[in-house]
Design a protein around this ligand. Sequence first.
Ligand code: SIN
Length: 302
Amino acid sequence: MSINPDLAVKTGPLNLKNPVLLASGTCGYGIELQGFVDLEKLGGIVVKGLSLEPRSGNPPPRLMETPCGLLNSIGLENVGVDRFISDKLPALSALDTAVIVNILGDSVRDYQELAGILDQVRGIDAIEVNISCPNVRAGGAAFGSDPDMASEVTAAVRKATSLPLIVKLSPNVTDITLIARAVEHAGADAISLINTLLGMSIDIKARRPVLANTFGGLSGPAIKPVALRMVWQAVRAVNIPVIGIGGIQNASDALEFLLAGAAAVQVGTATLVDPLVSVQILEGIRMYMKETGISDISGLPI
Ligand code: SIN
């Protein structure tokens, strides 16, 4: 008898129709992909990180393809929270999929103010707090690499909103479990990991770093084993749901994260290669569950 697997997941207080999400920074504000991808098939969309004011990001060059990966030093370019709410959110929130808004700031106060603004807006299902961007001097990974600072930001955002709160962690730390536990205790409903690994490339003819910002964040299939190891550790360190991110480019990759105990996954760099890949990943997970006789997604973790 063929089963019809139940892919719905509960990520803390956030209900998702399935565990496949688009990762922040790789799908714009979601709506740019309309017409290419049936976004309503997905569990959710995590929009490009938003700051209080618009940002133009770092100077170019800010992207470089590496063997099995991508280095970026975008520097958090975004339209700012007000334009997101007026120009992007209406079309995005009309879609039948979860809208998760990634936020970033230079100070704890910035994060708190952003969360307070978004808390008052209809059509947002959750906030993802970005304390892990490696490409800016202030904020970003500086918050995500210190348990006390990670905790301070999380607690401040928690106070400002009753929306489900996901904190996105950096892999550029010695012990991921310390940061994971710190944000759990400060009130996070879930954690997502990993953001990019800090890297660089040098142009040997020009004799200078390729990226104008010297360093960038490495994503793509090259980082998947590191991401999977950290997700495995985080799942076993905390009692809140973990969302796996890092180099997922097909259903097998996604299933590895789900078997490790991730409640959901985010597909990032692979979408830049093939905008349809997230839907194919979802279908692959469904097929695997049918073939292995697993009727409920909660039965996947090993
Ligand atoms: C960027 O805009 O620099 C990338 C965002 C991130 O890594 O969080």
